[in-house]
Write a protein of this length. Structure first.
Length: 209
């Protein structure tokens, strides 16, 4: 079953266009402000609730170590997160990709059952809850097949198109019922999802997926 996702579009702005950047972010997009130190603006969502999922994952996509809600100025009420120099060229690629699309968001369908690109592309680190789920589901054996990377137990999954996660068969997860939290929580339509698809299919929007 495919999911219809309203993906935030990335747009670039100068610091002088902060009001326009804020409008784009309030409409659901991700506004990149090319100030001396670049940053992004996104919708903070309703008060007392977490930042909207796709904004949260946009912040993660640039590996921002912190974000803050703006308390004054044109961007008041929006989330602001830094974009380090390392990420500028990649962010420019996202802005260029989205430039042909109108508006602040774009509808796209994502069918994970026909895709599986992220099963080739992401390192799946296991946590204590995963281990408990494996045991409760009668699959304690899965814990014997992990590899330790930077001190963390990780599914054997290689960044190589010929070697996906060992549990992937015909684009289907062989341990779907007990799959790890990272697999459960990875949202379609994020930059991380699109990057996996680019890496695997050569395009973020392959036909029929
Ligand atoms: S890359 Fe995206 S669309 Fe493909 S399986 Fe993963 S989350 Fe789903
Ligand atoms: S456990 Fe399943 S969902 Fe997770 S990476 Fe492996 S095949 Fe994909």
């Amino acid at each position: 079953m495919s999911d219809l996702i309203h993906r935030p579009l990335w747009r670039g702005y100068s610091e002088r266009s902060l009001a326009a950047a804020a409008r784009h972010a309030r409409a659901g997009g991700i506004a990149v402000v090319r100030a001396r130190r670049w940053y992004l603006l996104g919708d903070a969502g309703p008060a007392a609730e977490p930042v909207p999922l796709l904004v949260d994952w946009a912040i993660r996509a640039v590996e921002a170590d912190a974000w803050a809600e703006q308390t004054d100025g044109p961007a008041r009420g929006l989330v602001r997160a830094p974009i380090t120099a390392d990420w500028r060229s990649r962010v420019e690629e996202w802005i260029a990709r989205d430039a042909k699309l109108p508006g602040a968001t774009s509808e796209a369908r994502f069918d994970c059952m026909k895709c599986a690109a992220c099963c080739y592309d992401n390192r799946v680190v296991l946590d204590a809850e995963d281990a408990a789920r494996f045991r409760a589901g009668g699959r304690a054996d899965l814990l014997e097949r992990t590899v330790v990377i930077r001190g963390k137990p990780t599914l054997p999954l290689v960044r190589d198109r010929q070697k996906p996660c060992v549990h992937l068969h015909d684009k289907l997860c062989g341990i779907y019922v007990v799959r790890p939290n990272m697999c459960r929580d990875f949202p379609a339509g994020t930059e991380q999802c699109l990057t996996s698809r680019e890496d695997f299919y050569g395009t973020a929007f392959p036909p029929d997926r």
